[in-house]
Design a protein around this ligand. Structure first.
Ligand code: N0T
Length: 527
C-alpha cells in the first residue's frame, strides 16, 4: 500500500494528442510539448551503453530520447520476460530529466526479423516467412502469420503492462510500434495463404475509405500487391497497438522507410507494406489504434524533404520526424518541420558508441555538427511549451535553405515574409564589392527559419543563417513596415523583451547569423 501511495503521488496525466482544427498539440504533463529528441544508435539498448548516450543528449539540448526496446531482449525464452533494461532506462532518464520514446523492435525492423527472439527466428513453421512468387522464402516475416502476431502482441502487451506498473509519471510519452515495416524486393507474400487472401475482394473498411471496390487487382492495378501487403501489415500492427493501449493508452505511431517523392513508388524497390506517403489512406483505414505515421528522412534533397513534410502533415496525421540524418545539412530542416507543425524531431544516431551510419548521416559527430542541432534546440528549448501551444492554434510556416540557395517566401495574413541566405552580413545584396570574404556558411546547406503568426500584425520568428524580411503583401493597403523587432523570450507564457533590435541588425533585413534567435516582429502601417 505504501508503494501504491508513492506511485499515486507522482502519477501524471497521460500524454495525448489534441487536435485543433486540423493542427495538433502533443500534451505532456497537461500542457503542449515539443519533442526536441534524438535517437540512439540501434544497438545502444543495453545498460552498459547508456553512459555513452546521455552526454550527447545533453550536448544537443534534447529533452527526449528515442530508444529501442527489442523483443529479442525482453523475451529471450518464450514466456519468460526480462524488463531490466527498461527499468534502468526509466531510472536514468528521470535522473537526466529526459522523456522517452520507446521503439518496439519486433516482427519488423527495417523490414527484417533480426530483433525477434531466437525461438521465433528458428521456427518458420510457426512463424512463416513471406514467399517469393517461385515459392522460395523471402526472409521477412509474413503479415499473415497468426501465431507471429499473437506472440509479438503478447510481448508488447507485457511491455505496456510494465509501463503501467512502473512508470506512473509517464517518463515514456510515446511508443513506436515496429520499425520501418514492410518488405523490400517482394511486394507481398506469395504463399498459398497470401494467394488465397489476395484473390478476395478488398475489405469493406478499405472500400469505404478509398472509394475503391472489387478485387485487389481491380482496385489497385500495378500497386495491388503492395496495397494488399500494406493492409495486412497495418492490420497486424494495429492489433498489437490496440492490445497495448488497452493496458496503457499512450500515443503510438509507425515510421516509414521513404519511397522517394514519387506518387507511385516502385513496388519492388519500396518497403512494401510500410506507411509511405502514398499509402497513408490504407494505413488510416486499417490501423485506427495508430495515432500517426512518420517519415524517416535520409533524403538530402531539400525539395524532397519539403514534399515529405507536406505529405505527412495532414489534418488526420500529426507531423513528427522520428529520424533524420545527423549530418549538419539535415539540421536546417528542424525549422522547416516546426513550421509544418511538427510535434517532434530527432536526428538519428546521437550517442558516443562509436558507430556512424554514414553516408546516411554524418561521418563523425564533430563540434560543428553537434552545434548545428544543439543551438536551435537550445533556442526552441527555452520556449518549447510556448512554441507548442502557439503552433497548435496559430498559423505557422517554416523553410530551410533550398539546395539552389533560392529565396523562400510565404504570405501570412496581410504580410509577406521572405528569407534570403545571404553571403553577406552588412549591406544590400547588390553591394557586391562587400562580398570579397564571404562567411564560412555562405555556400553551405545551412540556414532556416520558422514563423508563427501570433495575431494579425505580430509574428514570432526563430532561425539562423537567414536574412528575413517582412513587408505588405501585394494588393493590401500601402505603407506597411516593420514597426519593432524585439529579442526576448517567454516567462510563464508571456513574452518578455530583452532588447529591441535596430540598426545593422535590421537595416538590410532581419539578420540572423550563427546564433539562433527568438524574436517578436510587430508590423504596422503609417497613415
Ligand atoms: C533507419 C536507420 C536505422 C535516401 C539507418 C534507414 C533505423 C532505421 N533506416 O541507420 O537502421 O533503425 O529506421 C533506411 C534508409 C534507406 C535509404 C534512404 C536513402
Amino acid at each position: 500500500a505504501a508503494s501504491a501511495q508513492a506511485q499515486d503521488r507522482v502519477a501524471t496525466e497521460l500524454p495525448r494528442l489534441e487536435r485543433h482544427d486540423g493542427k495538433y498539440a502533443f500534451i505532456v504533463d497537461g500542457a503542449p510539448f515539443t519533442m526536441l529528441a534524438a535517437q540512439a544508435n540501434n544497438s545502444s539498448n543495453y545498460p552498459a551503453m547508456l553512459d555513452q548516450v546521455w552526454p550527447l543528449l545533453d550536448r544537443i539540448h534534447a529533452n527526449t530520447l528515442e530508444m529501442p526496446i527489442a523483443w529479442q531482449q525482453v523475451e529471450p525464452v518464450e514466456g519468460e520476460f526480462d524488463f531490466s533494461f527498461l527499468d534502468t532506462l526509466l531510472e536514468q532518464a528521470r535522473a537526466h530529466d529526459k522523456r522517452l520514446v520507446l521503439l518496439w523492435f519486433g516482427s519488423w525492423k527495417n523490414t527484417s526479423y533480426a530483433y525477434t527472439p531466437d525461438w521465433v527466428k528458428l521456427d518458420s513453421e510457426r512463424f512463416p516467412r513471406m514467399q517469393l512468387p517461385d515459392g522460395s522464402d523471402h526472409g521477412v516475416l509474413s503479415a499473415h502469420g497468426t501465431e507471429t502476431l499473437a506472440a509479438d502482441r503478447r510481448a508488447f502487451v507485457r511491455l505496456m503492462a510494465h509501463l503501467r506498473d512502473h512508470d506512473p509519471q509517464n517518463t515514456v510519452i510515446l511508443v513506436q510500434v515496429q520499425n520501418e515495416s514492410g518488405s523490400y524486393r517482394n511486394p507481398r507474400d506469395y504463399s498459398d495463404t497470401g494467394d488465397r487472401l489476395f484473390a478476395q475482394q478488398i475489405p469493406d473498411a478499405l472500400a469505404a475509405a478509398t472509394g475503391k471496390s472489387g478485387s485487389w487487382s481491380e482496385a489497385f492495378g500495378e500497386q495491388a500487391g503492395r496495397a494488399f501487403n500494406t493492409w495486412y501489415v497495418a492490420s497486424y500492427i494495429n492489433a498489437i497497438a490496440k492490445a497495448g493501449k488497452a493496458v496503457k493508452p499512450l500515443p503510438m505511431y509507425v515510421n516509414a522507410s521513404l519511397a522517394g517523392p514519387s506518387n507511385v513508388p516502385d513496388p519492388m524497390g519500396v518497403a512494401s507494406g510500410g506507411p509511405q506517403q502514398d499509402v497513408l489512406d490504407i494505413w488510416k483505414a486499417a490501423a485506427p489504434a495508430i495515432d500517426f505515421a512518420a517519415p524517416d528522412i535520409y533524403d538530402r534533397s531539400s525539395e524532397n524533404v519539403a514534399s515529405y513534410l507536406d505529405q505527412y502533415a495532414r489534418p488526420d496525421n500529426p507531423l513528427m520526424v522520428p529520424e533524420i540524418g545527423n549530418s549538419r545539412l539535415f539540421a536546417r530542416f528542424f525549422y522547416e518541420a516546426l513550421g509544418h507543425g511538427a510535434i517532434g524531431f530527432a536526428p538519428f544516431g546521437i550517442d558516443k558508441t562509436g558507430y556512424f551510419n554514414y553516408p546516411l548521416g554524418a561521418k563523425e559527430l564533430d563540434e560543428t555538427t553537434l552545434d548545428a542541432f544543439a543551438l536551435p534546440y537550445a533556442a526552441v528549448g527555452s520556449m518549447m511549451r510556448d512554441w507548442a501551444r502557439i503552433a497548435a492554434t496559430r498559423p505557422t510556416w517554416g523553410a530551410a535553405k533550398p539546395d539552389d540557395g533560392a529565396e523562400v517566401s510565404t504570405r501570412m495574413g496581410n504580410w509577406t515574409i521572405t528569407g534570403n541566405w545571404g553571403e553577406w552580413q552588412f549591406g544590400f545584396k547588390e553591394w557586391t564589392w562587400l562580398e570579397s570574404d564571404p562567411p564560412e556558411w555562405a555556400d553551405k546547406p545551412v540556414g532556416g527559419l520558422a514563423v508563427a503568426q501570433l495575431s494579425e500584425n505580430e509574428f514570432l520568428l526563430i532561425g539562423d543563417h537567414v536574412r528575413v524580411d517582412f513587408h505588405a503583401a501585394p494588393g493590401t493597403a500601402p505603407n506597411g513596415m516593420i514597426l519593432r523587432v524585439e529579442e526576448g523570450g517567454f516567462e510563464d507564457g508571456q513574452w518578455v523583451v530583452k532588447r529591441i533590435w535596430n540598426g545593422d541588425q535590421t537595416d538590410y533585413g532581419i539578420n540572423l547569423v550563427d546564433r539562433p534567435q527568438v524574436l517578436k516582429v510587430t508590423m504596422g502601417r503609417y497613415r
